[in-house]
Design a protein around this ligand. Sequence first.
Ligand SMILES: [Zn+2]
Length: 308
Amino acid sequence: MVERVALLRAPNPSAMTLDGTNTWILASRTGEALCIDPGPAIPAHVDRIVAYLRENSLVLHAIALTHGHPDHAPAAPMLAAATGARIFAHPYSAAVHDDVLNDNQEMRVGDLQLVAIDAPGHTLEHLVFYERESATLFTGDTILGTGTVVIAPPGGAMRPYQATLRRLLAEFGDARTICCGHGPIVAEPRAKIEEYIAHRERREAELLAALAAGPQTIPDLVERIYRDADMRLWAAAARQMLAYLLALEGERRVSAVRLERPLTEREHAILNPDWVNVVGAEHAPLVEAELGAQLRLDTLYEYSLNLP
Ligand SMILES: [Zn+2]
């Protein structure tokens, strides 16, 4: 019998993608299929998806994208051309697509019932999917099988992300499994979502505790909080920190004062590293998309706590 939910992992392992992007093929009992995140534009991966469909006598009806990042969406037009399936994405998606899926919109393919959930945070055009019959949540880059997710401006935003996690816990905490965009299947969804919520709260508390020592720039904060971490992680940490600081500034819990001096070389290396040097030319475009590195941080701000 054909597997209800099958995983075909793309051959694109890296620091950003763990073992590679997870492409999910959902099969109805009557031979229709859905694909979630066809992955990067690697012809061999598309060929493998097409071969899997053929071997299992499945007809692909729809390709659903969690978000438009280069490791999730670019194979969609190739797979659509090979199968005739239509491509569905978030209304804000800049990826190639035929139709949009709004919040709570349901797609029926055979006995598959896929619900789209608007899930801003990692990007503002992110969808999570829930398949009712198998009680499976497909989280893309909102929740990963291992580790945590990058939330970096301008594509990512922290408070929307935290609201998304709380909504997933409230509405889908009883899901049977989570099939993530990267990493292994999660067997205990509720515990995983709770862990993700707690992690963000812990990081924010750390940041506030560091700011209690006095006004600091993002490079100051990174050097203080990530002292013991691999320096290659600092640029990612800096951009995550920016996501928290933007949220706290909006809530008037933190103030930012612009410093009228150029960045030192060390500050520049933390805020705007040369990604080709750090991760190599092959992975640089994905890292830049994930970390919002198109946003150059050439101005320094000093952040301080607003006392209640
Ligand atoms: Zn992503």
